[in-house]
Write a protein that binds this ligand. Sequence first.
Ligand SMILES: Cc1cc2nc3c(=O)[nH]c(=O)nc-3n(C[C@H](O)[C@H](O)[C@H](O)COP(=O)(O)OP(=O)(O)OC[C@H]3O[C@@H](n4cnc5c(N)ncnc54)[C@H](O)[C@@H]3O)c2cc1C
Length: 392
Amino acid sequence: MSKVIVVGAGINGVTAAIELKKRGHKVLLVDPGPLPHPLAASTDISKVVRAAYGADEDYTALAEQATRLWRKWNKEFGAQLYHEVGAMFVRQQQMQPGDFEYESFKILKRRDHKIERVNSTQLWKRFPAWNLELYRDGVLELEAGYVESSRAVSTLIRHAESLGIELREGGRFSRLDEDDHRVKGIVIDDGHRITGNIVVMAVGAWTPYLLPFTKKFFRATGQPVFHLRPRQPELFAPENFPVFGADITTTGYYGFPVNRDGVVKIANHGPGREMSPESPKRVVTPEDERNLREFLSSTFPALADAPIVYSRICMYCDTHDGHFWIARDPEREGLVIAAGDCGHGFKFAPVLGGIIADAVEEKPNQILQKFRWRPNVRAGSGTDVARSRGNL
Ligand SMILES: Cc1cc2nc3c(=O)[nH]c(=O)nc-3n(C[C@H](O)[C@H](O)[C@H](O)COP(=O)(O)OP(=O)(O)OC[C@H]3O[C@@H](n4cnc5c(N)ncnc54)[C@H](O)[C@@H]3O)c2cc1C
């Protein structure tokens, strides 16, 4: 049994803490708070859950496991965190081999998912908010939807505390406490040292700033998110308006049906702007808003002038190849980094803790090969990989 310090209580940190505690470790979870942290990537009303991952079958398989567990969590926690409203990924052109949508369709079909091809006027009529003249083809994944992400993090934090995990809300990691390539614990910003055998850094977009030696591996980028209040909410009800990606690999836009507060969330996944999560530049720009309005007028005319009730810049922690980074540092014994979410990690919450705990315990796990320590991956490849996978 080790004493593990998990730094960061977003979805990676809290799921890792829970799994490590269940495996018998003594666990301390540290975050400046308040939790869920308002600046954390995990903190928002919704995140997409889908198994459509283009040609990348590893993520499809992982999403299948996660989706089953989201259903189980809904029951276990007595709260509907996961809403299985379906997700559609559609194009303005006909799907072609190599497209994210086509490859997703092919793999989901082969793996016996419940899917429909959305390529006839008749089918499009089921989705009246869409500009039917613009979009013509795509895949509707029925066993997909979204999770209420902030609510999921709050639920898991409470669960973590009930399991006896020590939570230090108000603790801000300052640096690693290291000695001769061995991590002995952490130092928090009041200078206080906390000892531990293993430190798991799960600080998302803060990673390259808190661990400057990781700047070579990670890039923190801001992406705009909008919450709108539709004037005709019935058009955006889940049965008429599943989660969507609208030609996601070219427009970057995706979104969610109206929630119980009457809000439709629309966001853009793109190259983003590099910045620290605590930068004063972390605000939506007039250009972001102009781009959104243009997209809405062409795609969802009924949302074109809907009031924006909230907006934020949400931070990805990008890796150069678009894959997560969950690995032990070969140069600092006792350090594990669980980051590099590239904007699509939340859906995997129910399986993330197990993957991170396997990295901590050095247990064989095939997917850890994909998420391994890989300093030689070059800049530039990530955006393409992420685009071919759709992201979000
Ligand atoms: C715009 C946007 C849209 C997304 N959409 C989707 C989606 O639709 N589907 C999906 O599956 N995924 C999505 N994601 C990705 C998902 O949100 C992330 O993969 C996930 O939230 C990352 O969790 P995390 O725990 O790594 O980081 P975070 O949630 O950012 O948590 C990091 C934690 O570290 C803490 N921290 C910071 N500094 C310190 C310090 N000094 N000491 C201690 N703790 C510290 C923070 O307070 C925070 O709580 C999206 C991300 C973004 C930005």
